[in-house]
Write a protein that binds this ligand. Structure first.
Ligand code: AMP
Length: 282
C-alpha cells in the first residue's frame, strides 16, 4: 500500500493507472477508521481495480463551534487498517495543498441540503461538496463509495455528480453497526460510558418506528412522536431533530407512503450523533 501526501503525485499515479486501463474506486474519509469505513473499501475492491482511500479532515465542513480541533486523528493506525483491508493508496493531502492561500471556489447543491442536517449545520454541505469535487477531480474515480449513515451527504454528492455530468458513479452502502445497534462513527469515541449506553436508543427507536409502520401506522407525526419519546427516556439525550422525509428529495412528509427515510440527530452530552433508516410502504 502506498501513502501519497501530495496532490501532484496523486495525479501522476492516477494517470499511470488510467493508461493501464485500470478502474479506480474512491472511498473518501476523515480517518479514525472503523468497520463502517472498511465496508466501503470492501465494496470498492469488489467493483474496481484500484482502491484509493482519502483521509482528510476538511475544515470547510465544520462550523466554528464544531469539533474540528478535537476530531480524532491516528494516521498510523488508519494506515494499518487500510492496508489490512486491501486499500491500494491512502491519499493524505495537506491542508495547504487542498486549500492554498487565496482559495475561492465552492460548490453548492441546492434543495437537498435545506432540510435535516442542512438546517442546523449551515455551510456544512457546501464544505462537503467542495472537498468531494476536488477529490473527484484529483483521483478521477470510476466509482465513489459513501455510507448511508450520512444519507443526506451521499444523496447530495450523487446529485452533484449527476448535475455536473461528472461521469462518476456514486454508491451508497448500508450502515455498519455495533453489537447493540449503534451506528459506527469516529465520534462515538467522545461518549462516556453512560452516554454510550444511552446512544443505543437511536437504533432501537428506528427499529420501533419500522415496526409501527409495518403494523399499519401511516401518520408521520405519530411515528415521530414515538421515536422522540423513546429517545427522551434517556438522560443524556437531547434531540436536535427527528424527521420523516421522502427518501429522494428529503422533504418532510405527513403521511407515510412510498419510499421514506426516518432520520435523527441527537446529542448525547456534547456529542452529536446521526442515524437513519429507509422504509418502503406500498
Ligand atoms: P467520515 O470519516 O465519518 O467522514 O466517513 C467517511 C465515509 O464513511 C462516509 O461516506 C460515511 O458515510 C461512511 N461511514 C461512516 N460511518 C459509517 C457506518 N457506520 N456505516 C457505513 N458507512 C459509514
Amino acid at each position: 500500500m502506498k501513502t501519497i501526501e501530495n496532490i501532484s503525485r496523486m495525479s501522476t499515479f492516477v494517470k499511470m493507472m488510467k493508461k493501464e486501463g485500470k478502474s479506480i474506486g474512491l472511498v473518501p474519509t476523515m480517518g479514525y477508521l472503523h468497520e463502517g469505513h472498511l465496508s466501503l473499501v470492501k465494496a470498492a475492491k469488489k467493483h474496481t481495480d484500484v482502491v484509493v482511500m482519502s483521509i482528510f479532515i476538511n475544515p470547510l465542513q465544520f462550523a466554528p463551534h464544531e469539533d474540528l480541533e478535537k476530531y480524532p486523528r491516528d494516521l498510523k493506525h488508519d494506515e494499518e487498517m487500510a492496508r489490512t483491508a486491501g486499500v491500494d493508496v491512502v491519499f493524505y493531502p495537506s491542508l495547504k495543498d487542498m486549500y492554498p492561500e487565496g482559495y475561492a471556489t465552492y460548490v453548492t447543491v441546492e434543495k437537498l441540503t435545506d432540510n435535516l442536517c442542512g438546517e442546523s449545520r449551515t455551510g456544512h454541505f457546501r464544505g462537503v461538496t467542495t472537498v468531494v469535487i476536488k477529490l473527484f477531480n484529483i483521483v478521477k474515480p470510476d466509482v465513489a463509495y459513501f455510507g448511508q449513515k450520512d444519507m443526506q451527504q451521499a444523496l447530495t454528492v450523487k446529485k452533484m455528480a449527476s448535475d455536473l455530468n461528472m461521469g462518476i458513479e456514486v454508491k451508497m452502502m448500508p450502515v455498519v453497526r455495533e453489537k447493540d445497534g449503534l451506528a459506527m462513527s469516529s465520534r462515538n469515541m467522545y461518549l462516556n460510558d453512560a452516554e454510550r449506553k444511552d446512544a443505543a436508543v437511536l437504533h432501537q427507536s428506528l427499529k420501533n418506528a419500522e415496526t409501527l409502520i409495518k403494523n399499519g401506522e401511516r401518520d408521520a407525526g405519530k411515528v415521530m412522536k414515538a421515536v422522540e419519546e423513546m429517545i427522551r427516556s434517556k438522560q443524556s439525550a437531547r434531540i436536535e431533530y427527528v424527521k420523516l422525509v421522502d427518501a429522494r428529495e428529503l422533504k418532510d412528509v405527513k403521511m407515510i407512503t412510498g419510499e421514506i427515510a426516518l432520520s435523527v440527530a441527537v446529542f448525547f452530552g456534547k456529542t452529536r450523533l446521526i442515524d437513519n433508516t429507509t422504509i418502503t410502504v406500498r
